[in-house]
Write a protein that binds this ligand. Structure first.
Ligand code: G3P
Length: 212
């Protein structure tokens, strides 16, 4: 499974760059960074050599196509993120025809994911944490989408988004999702285990006692 980071914070991206396959951003993350949209995307593209999602901030298909075409010109690795609406999927189809990779975001149902695949999406982003928040099991949706895409051999990749904890990542991998995009805190938690710390401390202590 590919691992992406879901952030617009450059220092977080630098910290984990060695294990990252790509980066996802959204308007909220860009706003939190306090920086200009294009500057952030350009800088991220210099750090990680993989798909970098940059989201449109328009609502009609012609506007999204126009904005998406401009975003794609920032760098060859930019993937244009559009919302899963009728207009968004129209834009997805047109942008994909032009050879621009599209990430269909704000996906909350298997049928939305099916429509995104039919519109030529490069990746689809189901938001599992936000489903958990309202009492639906987000990971069930990942299972459904992976199954449907397999049934019909869709090439669209399943990018698990709105990840809140390491269990989300592990189960996404068990299900066979293509990509998991995680906030820095989740990536950090993935590295850690109390027994690693205890074991390392013991090895370090014992190493000091070895005869010189
Ligand atoms: O980038 C999209 C998604 O990962 C957002 O996550 O935590 O705002 O639901 P969250």
């Amino acid at each position: 499974m590919k691992l992406f980071i879901d952030t617009a914070e450059i220092e977080e991206i630098r910290k984990y760059a060695f294990i990252l396959d790509g980066v996802t951003t959204n308007p909220t993350l860009i706003m939190k960074s306090g920086r200009k949209f294009e500057d952030v995307i350009q800088e991220i593209c210099k750090i990680v050599d993989g798909p970098i999602s940059a989201e449109v901030t328009t609502l009609t298909a012609p506007e999204m196509i126009d904005q998406g075409t401009k975003l794609a010109k920032i760098h060859k690795n930019v993937v244009v993120k559009v919302p899963c609406t009728i207009e968004g999927l129209k834009a997805c189809k047109e942008l994909s025809k032009k050879g621009i990779k599209v990430n269909v975001t704000l996906v909350f149902s298997a049928n939305q994911a099916l429509l995104a695949a039919k519109s030529g999406a490069f990746v689809v982003s189901p938001f599992i944490g936000r489903l958990d928040d309202i009492g639906q099991t987000g990971l069930d949706l990942i299972e459904e989408i992976v199954k449907i895409y397999k049934n019909y051999n869709y090439k669209t990749q399943v990018l698990v988004a709105s990840v809140r904890n390491p269990i989300h990542v592990k189960v996404a991998g068990e299900i066979g999702a293509d990509i998991c995009t995680c906030p820095a805190a989740v990536i950090d938690a993935m590295f850690k285990h109390a027994l690693t710390d205890v074991g390392l401390q013991k090895f370090m202590d014992d190493a000091k006692k070895v005869k010189k």
